[in-house]
Design a protein. Structure first.
Lengths: 267, 234
């Protein structure tokens, strides 16, 4: 082995560049291989194709979000415009510049609106996942990309829905799924880019009475998988949201499309 | 070879540095440009170009836009999105400021609900007295910007005898449309290549761009909507 010094330098430089590219594009992200699945509510209840994308391994934390508001002061608790976030925005944060000691630094940030979540992702060069992308990634359990038929998978999620105050648990405290993603189930609910594509309560919203539509049974008739009660709860929850709502158990994570402009998503 | 690699590395690092974090705003008195998505906060540029983060074209900031008439917290004029109207002109919502706005989201190839929403809009417009008409602008926002080109919107306006200044037809990017629908609490989803399902909501905004009233449903009694508009223009 007689490697010349020149090659050593060259290899080192290439190494640095490679590491740089990887960290720039997907630090703490993993690839979710695209595929086709039938969502609970789809386009004419047919299969939906999801392109390959990368997703944050963990939800965005209080610590990360604090960094964001320090850089973009217009998103501080007292500065944010009401159009973009209601009065519950960061309501449990101690102040503009601190989340205090009641909230864990490595717990998922919650009480953030859709606008805030969307903005956060944009500033990382990412975007919010679509409902289809989120559901596609989240139907995996530890060993299968699609575990929706497994009783243990559904039970786990439903157990979480019953567990109180999981929002302050540390990220990474639930299972790592098939794609290498943590906490899609078990800590907080998450914003999606097109959360308002859910038309669960009819066209006019006339029949919507505040939060009672959360468990409206009639909407389940359109569901493609009646067994998937947990997914139904998520769709119902999304259908009840407005973009400036900031809710205690609702956080977010970001995704990046592969080789595509992250702005122009086809919903 | 070594030099090339070094040059490459330097270039790469340079690119790396232009990110969301650069916050030094240049201070000049001339024209200012800003990322339409505000990816870099309030950072401004003194030359046209593209945003370092989202690569969208920088937009020219209206002079004194912040000084004259502060935009209130709940105003839709806080939205930075750019739209194209039926005359292929580029506008920001802000340019509609001062009028009472009646807004609805539709798509022109829609066969069922939209013609009725259009009729509802016409019904509202007819009830505004002649001397108040110039204070009200009626706006249609397309939820299908792919199909609804400015030309298509123009034809639609002509077909419906709505090709005058007080009727505005807008299309924007998919992301901006989604954001706008979020503000209006209008839900929509593409259900087939040609069709969308969507909420039927007509929204009234006051002169400052704050939501004043929403009428939900099709062919509903528009008495309250009209009285709200009258209240605002008087």
């Amino acid at each position: 082995m007689n490697i010349s010094p020149f090659f050593k330098v060259a290899i080192t430089v290439i190494g640095i560049i490679t590491v740089n590219i990887v960290s720039a594009q997907s630090e703490n992200m993993v690839t979710v291989q695209g595929g086709t699945y039938i969502p609970l509510y789809g386009v004419d209840s047919t299969a939906v194709t999801v392109e390959t994308f990368s997703m944050d391994i963990y939800p965005v934390t209080n610590r990360e979000y604090l960094q964001f508001v320090l850089e973009y002061p217009e998103w501080k608790k007292s500065k944010v415009k009401r159009l973009f976030a209601d009065g519950n925005y960061l309501v449990n944060w101690e102040s503009d510049n601190s989340f205090g000691n009641q909230l864990a630094a490595d717990a998922a940030v919650t009480n953030v609106s859709w606008f805030a979540a969307k903005k956060y992702c944009e500033c990382q060069g990412k975007r919010l996942p679509t409902v289809d992308e989120w559901e596609y990634a989240a139907m995996a359990d530890k060993s299968n990309p699609d575990a929706r038929k497994k009783e243990s998978y559904n039970q786990l999620i439903l157990d979480w829905y019953e567990a109180p105050k999981t929002f302050n648990n540390s990220i990474g405290s639930t299972f790592k799924n098939y794609w290498g993603i943590y906490d899609l189930h078990g800590l907080v609910w998450e914003w999606t880019m097109d959360f308002n594509s859910v038309l669960i309560s009819g066209e006019s919203r006339k029949d919507v009475d505040k939060d009672s539509n959360l468990f409206c049974g009639s909407a389940a008739v359109g569901a493609s998988d009646l067994m998937n009660y947990a997914a139904f709860m998520r769709y119902a929850f999304r259908g009840s949201l407005k973009a400036n709502y900031a809710i205690r158990n609702l956080g977010f994570r970001c995704v990046q499309a592969k080789g595509k402009n992250n702005k122009n998503v086809t919903y | 070879m070594k030099k090339i690699l070094h040059a490459g590395l330097i270039c790469f690092l340079a690119i790396h540095l232009i990110g969301c974090n650069t916050k030094n705003s240049t201070k000049t008195t001339a024209e200012k440009y800003q990322c339409p998505m505000h990816c870099e906060g309030d950072k401004t540029y003194d030359k046209p170009g593209t945003c370092g983060v989202c690569k969208m074209d920088l937009q020219l900031l209206a002079l004194n836009s912040k000084k004259e008439g502060e935009i209130s917290d709940m105003s839709i004029y806080n939205l930075p999105s750019k739209w194209t109207n039926q005359n292929n002109g580029e506008i920001q919502l802000k340019s509609l400021k001062g009028d009472v706005l009646v807004m609805v989201m539709i798509y022109t190839s829609c066969q069922t609900a939209c013609p009725r929403l259009v009729a509802d809009m016409r019904g509202i417009e007819e009830q505004i007295p002649e001397d108040k008409k110039d204070q009200v602008t009626l706006v249609f926002v397309s939820i299908d910007p792919e199909t609804d080109t400015p030309q298509r919107l123009k034809e639609f306006a002509q077909e419906n005898q709505m090709d005058s200044e007080k009727w505005v037809f807008l299309r924007g990017s998919e992301a901006d449309t989604r954001e706008f629908s979020a503000v209006l609490a209008v839900n929509y989803k593409k259900i087939s290549p040609m069709d969308f399902s969507h909420s039927n909501i007509i929204s009234v905004f006051d002169q400052e761009g704050e939501l004043a009233y929403q009428q939900e449903g099709l062919g509903v009694n528009n008495k309250e909507t009209v009285s709200k508009i009258m209240e605002l223009v008087n």
